[in-house]
Design a protein around this ligand. Structure first.
Ligand SMILES: NC(=O)C1=CN([C@@H]2O[C@H](COP(=O)(O)OP(=O)(O)OC[C@H]3O[C@@H](n4cnc5c(N)ncnc54)[C@H](O)[C@@H]3O)[C@@H](O)[C@H]2O)C=CC1
Ligand SMILES: O=C(O)C1=N[C@H](C(=O)O)C[C@H](O)C1
Length: 250
């Protein structure tokens, strides 16, 4: 059986360098390119890449995907910074290349995907809910893509169930003291040397609280999800948002 031809963009970064090693170690894959900032995207077509693993920065990801989708190269995307406007542009490119698949995964680790699922399930049953994400201090965006997605899923679950807004008597607050408002859910971002990627979903009701916590302690936690994404995206045209869809968890 022929091997899946995979390229990594952002190959010298924290997660990209780990992804290069994971693809090299996968028996059913061949690493055909490992590109960093400034390297030519034309290498992707020249080397016959079937799937690109995109792990760069929010300011680079769109141009990279425009090239990939335009050349019929499938993509597995971990890079953050997605807004409705950016997703709309990507969907436009995919509409013009209907056989190409793109997976955007706010988080590739199974524990984080399950955290989002558990939070969605619990959200309508508690009066209060807030999200705290904690990351290494080199992270360029806040709040994290995972926390943003978690809050959006929580908000949707509460809307669907008709849950009332969480009680909050705050009348005066320093800017930022109550976190960022993501679809009505407060999201707090901590940046601390020594951490990698962590998240708590705090839920509170009468006389009880529930805390759902996930910790990624090493970038290896993201690799099984990236490899699964690469294997599945080649036969899944269009945009898939969230690894849960490839884990039969959606
Ligand atoms: N979805 C997930 O599970 C995960 C997502 N991430 C996300 O992945 C992204 C990268 O994170 P880190 O590795 O920590 O950042 P990093 O800063 O260590 O790595 C990014 C790399 O991309 C390179 N780069 C920038 N523009 C490029 C371009 N046009 N072409 C090729 N390379 C380019 C940079 O030079 C750098 O080496 C972030 O958005 C982060 O939030 C990180 C970990 C897990
Ligand atoms: O920058 C990181 O490190 C991570 N980024 C992703 C995010 O913003 O959610 C995934 C994970 O939290 C690690």
């Amino acid at each position: 059986m022929s091997k899946l031809r995979v390229a990594v963009l952002g190959a010298k970064g924290r997660i990209g360098s780990e992804a290069v090693r994971a693809v090299e170690a996968a028996e059913d894959m061949e690493l055909v390119a490992a590109l960093g900032r400034g390297d030519k995207l034309e290498t992707l077509a020249e080397t016959g890449a079937q799937v690109v693993v995109e792990l760069t920065t929010p300011d680079s990801v769109l141009a990279n995907l425009e090239y990939c989708v335009g050349h019929g190269i499938h993509a597995v995307v971990g890079t953050t910074g997605w807004t409705e406007e950016r997703l709309g542009r990507l969907k436009g490119w995919l509409a013009a290349s209907p056989e190409t698949g793109v997976l955007i995964a706010p988080n590739f680790s199974i524990g984080a995907v399950l955290t989002m699922k558990f939070a969605q399930l619990a959200a309508p049953y508690f009066e209060s809910v807030e999200v705290v994400e904690l990351h290494h201090p080199n992270k360029v965006d806040a709040p994290s893509g995972t926390a943003t997605r978690t809050a959006q899923l929580i908000a949707a679950a509460r809307r669907e169930a008709g849950t009332a807004p969480a009680p909050d008597a705050t009348q005066t607050a320093l800017d930022g003291a109550r976190g960022a408002d993501v679809d009505g859910i407060p999201v707090h971002a901590v940046r601390l040397r020594g951490l990698l990627a962590h998240q708590e979903v705090l839920l509170g009701g009468e006389g009880e609280t529930l805390t759902i916590r996930h910790d990624s302690l090493h970038h290896s936690s993201f690799m099984p999800g990236i490899l699964l994404g690469a294997r599945r995206v080649v036969s899944t045209p269009g945009l898939t948002f969230g690894l849960e869809h490839f884990l039969d968890l959606s």
